[in-house]
Write a protein that binds this ligand. Sequence first.
Ligand SMILES: C=C(O[C@@H]1C=C(C(=O)O)C=C[C@H]1O)C(=O)O
Length: 421
Amino acid sequence: MTKIFSHTRPIDADIVDAFCTLQKGFTDQFVYYRKDRPVRFMGLGRCIALPTLDDAECELEGPEAHQPVFFSFNRFDAGNPAPADELFEAFPRLRFMLPEIVLIEGECGPLLQVNSLGPVYPGRIERFVRQAAGAPPRRRESIPYRLEPDSREAWREAVAAALGAIGEGRVEKVVLSRRQRLVAARPFSSKDLLVNLIDGSARGTVLLYRYADVFFCGCTPELLVRKRGCEVESMCLAGTCPAGGSEEERARLADALMADAKNRAEHDYVARFIREVFHRTCYDVDVPDRPGILSLTHVQHLHTPARARMLDGMDLWSMMGDLHPTPAVAGTPVGEARMLLRRIEAYNRGFFAGACGYVDGAGDGEFSVALRTGVFDGEVGWVYAGCGIVDGSAADDEYDEIDLKLRTILSAFDGETRGGA
Ligand SMILES: C=C(O[C@@H]1C=C(C(=O)O)C=C[C@H]1O)C(=O)O
């Protein structure tokens, strides 16, 4: 049994400003920050890492009885024997990580949580509260960069291999990705990217996992699973078109996406998969037959929300394992598609398209699919994006679609304040 002491109290501070000030002394950093609603957790330091939460006993202290917040960042394909690049290799393989400090913004306003393996020293709490309250407003910084182009020819070959496997009937859909090397013109920090994503125009959930000198970061639109009590939520997100330059163009492109048989087929693989997982593990399943549109800053997607109630005996971790990877990021059938990806993709994806999120001491929490992300060391890095290949996909169109998706993580380097952002 591991005993955890968790002290939580309200603070009078903006949690992002507080994070920017407090983060200076900590090389371990974790962020799960939904931009659309206050489900926001920003962790610093490492109190303990656990392989399971079953043996943790939590003693809640302080005026706010808040469960300790564990972060969990998981690789796309943890069993892939191919070595990841050296940036991803630098991250340890841990399951649940409890930070020393967590800044929380939920429905009850900003909170500070201090976690410890012994009773929390009151002076430590007071110091963090003081530092948080005195945090100056954050500043956005532009980070000029260049991308080293990846080979269009290699992409065409990868798509041809995927179409070959589809033609042989081995898979119906496979989600291939590209990665590009990014070189910044000056050193940048995880905080710079974080602030630019949180305050920039990208929509979704901002993720950050920093370990010593390397950090994985991005802003994903794709919820994998959210659990509160027995209520669970997921989403089917697949099928893409550009955002368009004007409202009229946006609406016209969205209508065309809804009417496009290839994109609808790509989407239906995901909806069918999620429906099946929910019907096996849950009851009161609600996954509508027809998708809607999720309109983002750079692209639009076909989107179907999914809700259900979880059967007794299921938990968030096992639900995450059943759902991930979905056909939105691997393909259909999932196992065959994963095997194909190991063969076709020239790199191991690391955390890209992995399940990343948080779980609290009561077992509630949320995971997102880590899309629109990159891994960096403060001078260089890799950015990633992918797209579904089905019968009839054209390599050059898919290449361009990935360029559009890459714009989200690249917006982390753009510190200019845009109108309405
Ligand atoms: C794989 C990515 O996105 C996924 C693939 C999509 C598609 O093929 O249309 C759409 C949304 C995501 O589920 C990515 O952004 O890298």
